[in-house]
Design a protein around this ligand. Structure first.
Ligand code: RIB
Length: 312
């Protein structure tokens, strides 16, 4: 089974600092790097590095960042035939500050990601049509919220229509997801902040996470996985509810941990794993990703994941 990622592609402008600055403060940092990122692109690279055929639908700008981002995706075996260069704007960028305790602040400027629309949805439809006519199993489609919401809704509906499995990472957090989107989603994977926004109450522990999961399930989502950071994750479906294990590691940088989780989940399901096994794999991929700095450079290969799982 293959995976299609419909979403954002950013260049991350990463400053490392002793601590996060307060409003109005000028702080001297340790280092600066440009690193390929973007929630969509990170998820695509996470899946591809685990050996699953992966296609990306999105946009980069007509600038040096755009060319570097495209090349990076291709170097990771992500099929970018549906990633045009949009010369009318710049590539998406994320300005990221990471402090010594691996906490971060992220500001995203959408650029080309903000232009994702009807033409891209049409490319997705064609991709889905060719895959569902030739393969015995439907693809998995990964969505996030860093491209316009109308495009995400249309992509989810197009995928649902052909029987694809739709996984939504509702990040960045927002509280206004339409019911039509939730109804088209098979699996949603909010973290605590995102779950709080979606549920309308604070998700701060396992009990409140269970209440939020049950609410989202009632609103039409097939399976709800709430990521609780270092406390693991929990999963609720129509007929089961289970905890997802924690893999304790020394965190260096948590940027893209959520993307690593979703990539690991999709790769597991694409390889035929049960939801429970795929969520365990997702937790391991996320744990490995926080042990390295940067978004895409932190995502493990199949060999790294297998070695990590064998060592636990
Ligand atoms: O999820 C991490 C990503 O969020 C970063 O790579 C950054 O680009 C922002 O989109």
């Amino acid at each position: 089974m293959s995976v299609i990622v419909f979403g954002s592609i950013n260049m991350d402008l990463v400053a490392r600092t002793p601590r996060l600055p307060v409003a109005g403060e000028t702080l001297v940092g340790y280092s600066f790097e440009t690193i390929p990122g973007g929630k969509g692109a990170n998820q695509a690279v996470a899946v591809a590095r685990l050996g699953i055929p992966t296609q990306m639908v999105g946009r980069v700008g007509g600038d040096e960042f755009g060319r570097t981002l495209l090349q990076g995706l291709q170097d990771n075996q992500v099929d970018c035939a549906a990633v045009p260069i949009d010369n009318s704007t710049h590539s998406g960028v994320a300005v990221i500050t990471v402090d010594a305790s691996s906490e971060n602040h992220i500001v995203v400027i959408p650029g080309a990601n903000g232009r994702v629309g009807e033409a891209d949805i049409e490319r997705l439809r064609q991709m889905l049509a060719s895959q569902t006519s030739s393969a015995t199993t439907s693809p998995i489609v990964l969505l996030q919220l860093e491209v316009p919401l109308e495009a995400v809704v249309a992509a989810a509906e197009a995928a649902k229509q052909v029987g694809a499995t739709v996984i939504l990472d509702p990040a960045p957090a927002r509280c206004d997801l339409p019911e039509s989107l939730l109804a088209a989603v098979d699996i949603i994977t909010p973290n605590q902040v995102e779950a709080s926004q979606l549920a309308g109450f604070e998700v701060h522990d396992r009990d409140s996470a269970k209440q939020a999961a049950s609410l989202l399930h009632q609103r039409g989502v097939g399976a709800v996985i709430i990521k609780l950071g270092k406390d693991g994750a929990l999963c609720l479906t129509a007929d089961s509810s289970f905890d997802i294990p924690v893999f304790p590691v020394q965190a260096v940088d948590t940027v893209a941990a959520g993307d690593a989780f979703n990539g690991g989940l999709a790769a597991g399901l694409a390889a035929g794993q049960t939801l429970s096994a795929a969520t365990t794999q997702a937790a391991a991929v996320a744990a490995l990703s926080v042990t390295k700095a940067g978004a895409q450079p932190s995502l493990p290969t199949r060999a790294e994941l297998d070695a990590f799982l064998a060592s636990r």
